[in-house]
Design a protein around this ligand. Sequence first.
Ligand SMILES: O=P(O)(O)OC[C@H]1O[C@H](O[C@H]2O[C@H](CO)[C@@H](O)[C@H](O)[C@H]2O)[C@H](O)[C@@H](O)[C@@H]1O
Ligand code: UDP
Length: 608
Amino acid sequence: MLHAPPPLEAAGSPVAHNRCLLRDLGGHGAVPADPSALYGADAATTQFLLERILRKRGTARRLVTSSSSPGSSSVGAADTDSGEPQDPAVSAHGLVPVSGSPDRADRTPAASGPGTSPATALHGPLESTAQVPASRLSAHLGPGGRILIVANRLPVTAKRDPVKKWEFPSSSGGLVSALQGVKDEELMFVGWPGVSVTDDDDQTFIKNELFKKRCVPVFLNEELMDQYYSGYCNNILWPLFHYLGLPQGHKVNKTKDFKSQLKAYTEANQMFADTVCGISKEGDIIWCHDYHLMLLPKLLKQFNTNMKVGWFLHTPFPSSEVYQALPNRKELLQAVLEADLVGFHTYEYARHFVSACTSLLGLEGRLGGIEFKERIVKVDAFPIGIDAQHFKESLDRDAVKVKITDFESVFAGRKVMLGVDRLDMIKGLLQKLLAYEKFLEENKGWESEVVLVQIAVPTRTDVPEYQELKSQVHEMVGRVNGKFGTFKTYPIIYLDQTVEFEALCALYAITDVALITSLRDGMNLVSYEYVACQESNKGVLILSEFAGAAQSLGAGAIIVNPWNIAEVANAIKCALDMPSGERERRHRHNYEIVSAHTAQDWAENYVW
Ligand SMILES: O=P(O)(O)OC[C@H]1O[C@H](O[C@H]2O[C@H](CO)[C@@H](O)[C@H](O)[C@H]2O)[C@H](O)[C@@H](O)[C@@H]1O
Ligand SMILES: O=c1ccn([C@@H]2O[C@H](COP(=O)(O)OP(=O)(O)O)[C@@H](O)[C@H]2O)c(=O)[nH]1
């Protein structure tokens, strides 16, 4: 059985954070020796991250997870000569392909499609200038093997421009950002191209164009997307996994009932399976992603029991008390358990999954995972990271420097707070605005001294709940600006838009505070990206305790409960007033973590 992590309050007090009491992080470049110094972190997740930092620094001292199970939170320190883990529970927890691990140099190139070599044809705009390197990822593939990353959304979206010409911009969202930070010449992506295309010629054109970018599209029609993506995925699983319950009876009508949504979900998963089976070959690793594809491991194994299949969840996995409300709760668990490895962002999510399997399926959680059909399915935590270097380097680019200069002149003389969220109920936008309003009410004079720049990235716009949220947020923004605006200044600049990468990096770099108030969030990469861009400014991160990122950035950020409006309002005041020494120390801690544990590390650790 998995061990329970220490209770949140035991690891550090939110009150202490809100009073801005500084934790001694041990000066420049140090990491806390005591993992419990990270507020709210489950010790095993913390341990994992600290180990990364120490290893990257090349130190011989290694912290060992002395776990008796994947979710064990018991940790200790040990001195070793080797940089590699020795505990079998640690060293063997990745997805190792069956077919051995020949030296990269000896490997036969993978067949990649008609008349193309993978080393050239599969390097699209995802990696347009640099050669994609072979990495530890493919070093352990079988001869000719590839890593097929299967996710609902492809990293690029097919879009028609005003003259109906197809273009292929990058997609938005954390999953996509993270996967773009994973580099290897043997990666291929399978997923939905972001648009419903029925015309055969269009489909062929898109398929060929996407193939150059190492992507294989799964074409789902509008009706299916409505029932599978907007319905079952985002109106049933998404709210449930984020502790927002199931849709109420009156919202379920004849055409959008649970049964038809589940049917569409099954059909869509089958289409993903068919596409994967159509292109996969021996030696491949199939890495399935997220709640959209919970049936996929089972469908793939039905096709070929020897397929190497992993499944990773990017959202929280809720407590089994919550998960058990799902009508087809057993079916999804059983399908996921057909995978060889099941991964989560935190040990807490992994522990919830194991306890759902125990209580709903009567299975036993064992060392390294769960016993299912006479085999052990590995279950573990693999916290995601970002490509921090990419963000840091972007700040030296001319296009970003120009934006920085522009923003500095627009916001001159004012402190700037930043919010970057998809316009999603899990992001706690209403709570954020209420807290900001309270801060302005209680701190007269600040209304013309501070501005909140809130980027609200449009998302899942066909789901009625998201449309409703948009109206509520607009109303709140209007209320605060109406109340505290002057002829010269508004306290909120709000954009219902995606922003270009250059503008996003410039905003990350010049703002004084990042305000993240997620009600639940699998990880939250925005917090990581903000930290990566703040090396010169040392801005303060206010972060919800309900984001997975609070497990790793807890000692550097001001951690808040977004439901406690007064607490968030106090945190805003505290962040705006924070002395430079404290900002530096907090930033240093976060920067170490974000720089040390990258998206590439995450993927390599999983696939290894
Ligand atoms: O594809 P969409 O429906 O437009 O939604 C965007 C993505 O949202 C979710 O992202 C999650 O993954 C991030 C990276 O691991 C994580 O940091 C974040 O907390 C999650 O919310 C969703 O899980 C993805 O599948 C979506 O693509
Ligand atoms: O206009 C924007 C603003 C943000 N992002 C990216 O969207 C991701 C959001 O990821 P996060 O994990 O914070 O949340 P998610 O949206 O996946 O729930 C980050 O990588 C941002 O850089 C984006 O693609 N376009």
